[in-house]
Design a protein around this ligand. Structure first.
Ligand code: GDP
Ligand code: MG
Length: 442
């Protein structure tokens, strides 16, 4: 996974003040593989990597982040920007009804989406009407009617028994109906085939010309990966697309298709569909997709928070101590811990680290009260004791325990753990592990 790859790169990166070109290259190599594995189009990957590299070489370095975090942040920012930055809302027509046409291959999720959009619009105080303009498959009209019933949204359909109707005519009549009955949004469900097909494309173009939609949405199954790019291009050329809807994001697709389509079409992804249930649906959020593509869990949130709360000077002093100029003492430990706590509850912070899923149970067991007790114990020590735990004899420990209102055994436990942790941190620091800002060795 990308996480494993990056972990390897990070081990190789030293925690230095500057990001060298070699550091950037090493990280970008891994990002490149990750993007390809996420099924991002090769041309898009190349362009993307070059853009991030240029940005990284050029950038003013943040004091709060170590070099690898810095690169991840650049990558993430660039991903978000390609994915459209912000979610793009529907453009409603000045004069209702607003017509939204759904186009895409068979099985992409158009009919399901019609129901989802219907519910979503109703929740946003609209009065939508679904239109069955897929007359290709015998069962398609019926399927939309069932979806409409489940969604509690009206469906306009051709009368049964008249043979194969004309979808363009149905769509046209639906608009007239909507105007008369004061539906303010009309969602037109159209037919698709298994592959790009000239006749179907023409039919979609004809429907579009007849109903003049405010939004023509290209609906695409995010599991189909690379192919999605070509299909999207064909629909944009043949029909004209205003925005994209990604479906089946509940599957294990890594989102590479999203990135490729957004880049190649230059059209916004507007909605994301993530389940068979009619409420499994939301506006598309570029930042969430970016972190899905990167597979960094909420590492990115952590980076963001580190930037916000981190006191660069304090941590640099701690880092210098760690590197051996001064020995890392309990006072430093205390201030590191307080820095961390500013970012939120400890269990939450640890939960954001990549790979944290494996340790879920242990993390949930972290007891904030225990952290309070640790703080109390350190507060009960004299500065000399905090600086050098080796002077902590029995009577000092007893005094500290009393001051903190804990058992001597808890003082002992803290001291032992601290000595162990410091040993480990020192060996890691010697090996060039950058560590998280404000939490050396974590
Ligand atoms: P259409 O041919 O484009 O109209 O596609 P349908 O709406 O009929 O959907 C095809 C299949 O995909 C159906 O079995 C849907 O239940 C399923 N489907 C649609 N959207 C999603 C989604 O977001 N997640 C999952 N897991 N299945 C979906
Ligand atoms: Mg359908």
């Amino acid at each position: 996974t990308l996480q494993d790859r990056l972990a390897t790169v990070f081990k190789g990166l030293r925690s230095k003040g500057r990001l060298t070109e070699a550091d950037i290259d090493a990280t970008m190599r891994e990002i490149r593989i990750a993007l390809l594995e996420a099924d991002v189009n090769l041309a898009v990957v190349k362009e993307f990597v070059a853009a991030v590299k240029a940005r990284a070489l050029d950038a003013e370095l943040s004091k709060a982040l170590n070099p690898s975090q810095q690169v991840i942040k650049f990558v993430n920012d660039e991903l978000i920007s390609i994915l459209g930055g912000e979610a793009r809302p529907i453009r409603f027509a000045k004069r209702p009804p607003t017509v939204i046409m759904l186009a895409g291959l068979q099985g992409a999720g158009k009919t399901t989406l019609a129901g989802k959009l219907g519910i979503w619009l109703r929740e946003n105080r609209h009065t939508p009407l679904l239109v069955a303009a897929d007359l290709q498959r015998p069962n398609a009209v019926n399927q939309l009617q069932i979806v409409g019933e489940r969604a509690g949204v009206h469906v306009f359909a051709p009368e049964p028994g008249n043979g194969v109707g004309d979808p363009v005519d149905v769509a046209r009549r639906a608009i007239v109906h909507a105007e008369a009955k004061l539906y303010d949004v009309v969602i037109v469900d159209t037919a698709g085939r298994l592959g790009v097909d000239q006749e179907l494309m023409q039919q979609a173009a004809d429907i579009k010309a007849a109903v003049n939609p405010s939004e023509t949405l290209f609906v695409v199954d995010s599991m189909i990966g690379q192919d999605a790019v070509n299909t999207a291009k064909a629909f944009d050329e043949g029909v004209g697309v205003d925005g994209v809807v990604l479906t089946k994001l509940d599957g294990d697709a890594r989102g590479g298709a999203a990135l490729s389509i957004a880049r190649v079409l230059g059209k916004p992804i507007m909605f994301a569909s993530n389940g068979e249930g009619l409420t499994d649906f939301d506006m598309f959020h570029p930042d969430r997709m970016a972190s899905r593509i990167l597979g960094m869990g909420d590492m990115l949130t952590l980076i963001e928070q580190a930037e916000k709360t981190f006191d660069a000077e304090e941590s640099r002093a701690a880092a210098e101590k760690l590197m051996g100029k001064n020995k890392f003492g309990l006072q430093d430990f205390l201030s590191q811990m307080q820095q961390l706590r500013k970012m939120g509850p400890m269990s939450k912070i640890l939960g954001m680290l990549p790979g944290a899923g494996q340790f879920k149970d242990a993390i949930n067991e972290i007891d904030e009260k225990e952290i309070d007790r640790i703080e109390a114990i350190i507060h009960s020590m004299t500065p000399a004791e905090r600086d050098d735990v080796s002077i902590l004899n029995g009577s000092r420990r007893a005094r500290i325990a009393k001051g903190a209102g804990v058992q001597v055994s808890e003082v002992n436990k803290l001291v032992n753990r601290f000595v162990e942790a410091r040993k480990m941190m020192e060996s890691l620091a010697g090996g060039g592990m950058p560590g998280m800002p404000g939490m050396p060795g974590m």
